[in-house]
Design a binder for this molecule. Structure first.
Ligand SMILES: NC(=O)c1ccc[n+]([C@@H]2O[C@H](COP(=O)([O-])OP(=O)(O)OC[C@H]3O[C@@H](n4cnc5c(N)ncnc54)[C@H](OP(=O)(O)O)[C@@H]3O)[C@@H](O)[C@H]2O)c1
Length: 274
């Protein structure tokens, strides 16, 4: 059970509530900043509660919005459900940004399997669970929007980022199918596919040094484009022209060929015991 010092409260009901997961760093933190700037009150979660508290102070003083924060490990099913119940006790959400996630680069046989299982659990199961709770409320109120952060990695198999690309393919497919169901209830769902973006992702995911120097977009560019696409009711937002082209290539390239190409590209970046 979460202790009271690890959570703050929404003191009164709010009109415009947005929930952002993984708001302590990177893309999620910028989503929180941009949404507060647009006047949303926020419910934010992550494990690093100090970062959330700092962000809460900043956003409340800059924009006069209410910010609820809670230390949550989203791998814990009971904890993420409690977070949703607490965050929405007085106000139902208008927006959910399922952002928390991580990746890895490794030969599959040499991978840390516990971490891979956690990746599937965070990137897919937690996102699915939060989407389900939120969609039920949005369906009832006949309004709302869900942004699921997938990746450019969703658009083809990626050898040596095998599990990560598969989790993001799940998010991308799930989001589009849900978007079709949701539109009957005036609920919008979007799959957000950033390419390489400046954040802590590369560090956390243990990406090799060389891959850290891939041309990246800033989290601010990525989030502003996504929120623009969300306003336009798009079902998919792929950031940047180069990434749009890559996604298109992924679509027309047979999976076995894409897997062989990515194997060649990433081979020199993975450590091998051989
Ligand atoms: N950066 C890129 O190049 C890139 C490209 C495409 C897609 N994406 C996707 O964008 C999303 C955000 O990534 P990012 O680039 O912003 O990475 P990041 O800087 O590492 O941020 C990840 C966020 O997720 C939170 N998180 C991780 N594990 C968690 C857990 N078990 N429970 C709760 N929160 C957890 C982290 O907070 P705590 O550590 O405090 O818990 C952090 O706030 C991810 O879904 C990622 O796959 C990133």
């Amino acid at each position: 059970m979460n202790s009271p010092e690890n959570q703050s409260t929404l003191t009164k009901s709010v009109q415009n509530l947005a929930i952002v997961t993984g708001a302590s760093a990177g893309i999620g933190l910028v989503y929180a900043q941009e949404l507060a700037r647009q006047g949303y009150s926020l419910a934010l979660c992550a494990r690093r509660v100090d970062n959330l508290e700092k962000l809460k102070e900043e956003l409340e003083s800059l924009y006069g919005v209410q910010v609820y924060t809670e230390k949550v490990d989203l791998l814990d099913k009971a904890a993420r459900r409690r977070f949703y119940q607490r965050a929405t006790k007085d106000s139902k959400p208008q927006l959910l940004v399922n952002n928390a996630g991580f990746g890895s680069v490794s030969k599959f046989a040499e991978t840390n399997i516990e971490r891979e299982l956690d990746m599937v659990s965070l990137n897919c199961q937690a996102l699915l669970d939060l989407s389900h709770m939120t969609f039920a409320d949005m369906r009832e109120q006949r309004s709302g929007s869900i942004i699921n952060v997938a990746s450019i990695a969703a658009h083809q198999p990626i050898t040596y980022m095998t599990t990560y690309a598969a989790t993001k393919a799940f998010v991308h497919s799930f989001s589009q199918a849900l978007a079709a169901e949701a539109q009957d209830f005036n609920v919008h769902v979007m799959s957000h596919c950033p390419g390489p973006t400046e954040s802590e992702f590369h560090l956390v995911s243990g990406l090799p040094e060389k891959m850290n120097h891939l041309p990246s977009m800033t989290a601010l560019e990525v989030v502003r484009q996504a929120l623009q696409a969300q306003k336009g009711q798009n079902w998919v937002c792929i950031n940047g022209l180069k990434n749009k082209f890559l996604a298109l290539t992924g679509k027309v390239t047979p999976g076995p060929i894409a897997a062989r190409i990515t194997k060649r590209v990433l081979a020199e970046n993975v450590n091998s015991k051989k």
